[in-house]
Design a protein around this ligand. Structure first.
Ligand code: DQA
Length: 143
């Protein structure tokens, strides 16, 4: 199996960006953590990051031909991108939404996810570990 991991805007700034919220580890550290887990579990992952809504939408459109599931952290797009929501709703792969921080104990605008209603489930507040749990779920439940 092969899973697509999509990280949205500003996540390439991990480590430098609000370390009190997101920690000191970088996107490269996150990718290494995910790749190590995939290796242990004998499945493949491809990790992508973009600051551009349209690029993320393109990846979602094309995912079904190459992947068995998607783990997405849409970052700030979570809260307002109906376009990413529609892209997720319009494709057939299983999707899990992940957030590093617990969006529900932060500013009110982060409490809403416009993408959560069109994915299987949402994992929040568990840092890097959330990606591992999302992949574990996909491995167990994807046919
Ligand atoms: C985030 C939470 C979002 O509210 C924020 O805009 C991000 C990161 C998280 O992983 O905790 O960029 O998705």
């Amino acid at each position: 199996r092969h899973y697509l991991i999509i990280n949205g805007p500003n996540l390439n700034q991990l480590g430098k960006r609000e370390p009190d919220v997101y920690g000191k580890e970088t996107l490269d550290d996150l990718v290494a953590f995910i790749e190590e887990f995939a290796k242990q579990q004998s499945f493949a992952v491809t990790c992508k990051q973009s600051n551009y809504e349209g690029e993320i939408i393109g990846w979602i459109h094309e995912a079904s031909s190459d992947y068995d599931g998607i783990v997405i952290n849409p970052a700030a797009f979570t809260h307002y991108s109906y376009a990413i929501r529609d892209a997720l709703a319009g494709q057939s792969l299983p999707v899990i939404e992940v957030h590093l921080s617990n969006i529900h104990k932060r500013e009110p605008f982060r409490h809403q996810s416009v993408t959560a209603p069109v994915v299987i489930g949402q994992i929040v507040g568990l840092g890097f570990h959330g990606y591992q749990l999302a992949l574990t779920y996909l491995e167990a439940h994807v046919n």
